[in-house]
Design a protein around this ligand. Structure first.
Ligand code: NAI
Ligand code: MG
Length: 357
């Protein structure tokens, strides 16, 4: 069975880390006998925008919908194209039209990476943040009235549907089910947001009935963010609405060190549409063109993609190779953000070699 992967490298270091992401995927595909077919696209980048006046061609949906997954680099080059245009015109279109209602980010402290949290070792931090990615607080229901007058009023409503809440909770419970600790934490704020958040809590209780082996707890978002910093070892799978998940999915990876290694996935679990896998970082104009970007975020995103396609063992092999290379700590191999003097290519090659070994 051939898996068709659409490659969109995007801008800046996206174009530099992508070849290393592909190198790792090719090594893994060979070792595990997986048939991957890559198709490269120029669109979804600021250069495409400057040439065509838009980020994507009109028929992008038709062009991409038949792929098994999208492998994305990073989009954005603020000196050429304003960020709201480059981001809304590409990535956010994919997330919406392909109903990628799960945003998934592993938060795992890797060997050789210094956590900004004092005294934390690999093994202390190893959890997932599951964010609802389509509704909630990020709704377009609302408006402005009496603009520019003393009566000026702005309203933006939170939208939670039973379908939308239940499907993200179900995904999070299923994920917790696959983990040794079998623990799920829900982010809430039902003391202050008195309609939608109690509803969210209710649906958590209801969903939990179907997963008696999962230990469930919940925290209000304010103390939850504090606990990410104070007690990151408490967490296994953390699920939140769009806004709370957004905050937690930046804070979680930040607790594990450099932004250069964090991966993420935007998932349509039913597979009605392709899911999208990308590093957390952006196009990093400050270091672009120097060949020094850390490729691990891209490579690890590829591991998440393989797992999504049904090859958990292959995905795990990539993560293990990353861990091995980081713990060897060879300064000639590692990039600067993790204390080395190597290049994007030297680090990418070392990881691919470990996958092959
Ligand atoms: P950024 O993530 O591109 O860079 C933030 C800082 O982290 C910079 O100092 C950069 O050098 C460093 N950094 C990032 N990735 C690295 C890597 N792989 N290795 C070593 N260092 C790395 O965020 P910034 O500067 O706020 O945004 C730059 C552009 O990227 C903007 O146009 C923004 O809209 C876009 N962006 C796109 C994202 C995406 O495609 N999903 C996500 C975040 C930002
Ligand atoms: Mg964010």
């Amino acid at each position: 069975m051939t898996h068709r992967i659409a490659i969109i490298a995007g801008d800046g270091i996206g174009t530099e880390v992508m070849p290393e992401g592909i190198r790792a995927l090719e090594a893994t595909a060979k070792r595990f006998n997986i048939d991957l077919e890559f198709t490269h696209f120029e669109f979804g980048s600021c250069d495409y925008y400057l040439e065509h006046g838009k980020m994507l061609p009109d028929d992008w949906f038709e062009q991409l919908k038949g792929f098994d997954a999208l492998f994305y680099g990073a989009v954005g080059w603020p000196d050429k194209v304003p960020d709201h245009i480059s981001l809304w015109g590409s990535l956010l279109q994919f997330r919406r039209r392909f109903d990628q209602y799960i945003n998934l980010r592993p938060c795992k402290l890797m060997p050789g990476i210094k956590s900004p949290l004092a005294g934390r070792e690999p093994g202390d931090i190893d959890f997932y943040v599951v964010r609802e990615n389509t509704e909630g607080e990020y709704s377009s229901v609302g408006g402005k009235m009496f603009e520019g007058t003393d009566r000026e009023v702005v309203i933006q409503d939170t939208v939670m549907t039973r379908t939308g809440v239940d499907r993200v909770l179900k995904y999070a419970f299923e994920l917790a089910q696959t983990r040794p600790r079998k623990k799920l934490t829900s982010a809430t704020k039902s003391n202050g947001i008195s309609i939608t958040m109690p509803y969210w809590d209710e649906r958590v209780v209801e969903m939990a009935k179907g997963y008696p082996e999962i230990a469930v707890d919940k925290f209000h978002i304010d103390i939850l963010t504090a606990n990410f910093v104070l007690h990151p070892d408490w967490f296994d799978v953390v699920v939140g609405s769009n806004l709370f998940g957004d905050i937690l999915s930046d804070l979680g990876p930040a607790c594990t060190g450099t932004i250069g290694i964090a991966p993420s996935a935007n998932i349509n679990p039913e597979g009605n549409f392709p899911s999208l896998f990308e590093p957390v970082h952006g196009s990093a104009p400050d270091i672009a063109g120097k060949g020094i970007a850390n490729p691990i975020g891209q490579i690890w995103s590829g591991a998440m993609m393989l797992e999504h396609l049904g090859y958990k063992e292959a995905g795990d092999a990539i993560v293990t190779a990353i861990e091995e290379v980081l713990s060897e700590g060879d300064a000639t191999v590692l990039t600067r953000d993790v204390g080395g003097e190597g290049t994007t290519a030297s680090l990418g090659k070392a990881i691919a070699d470990h996958i092959n070994a």
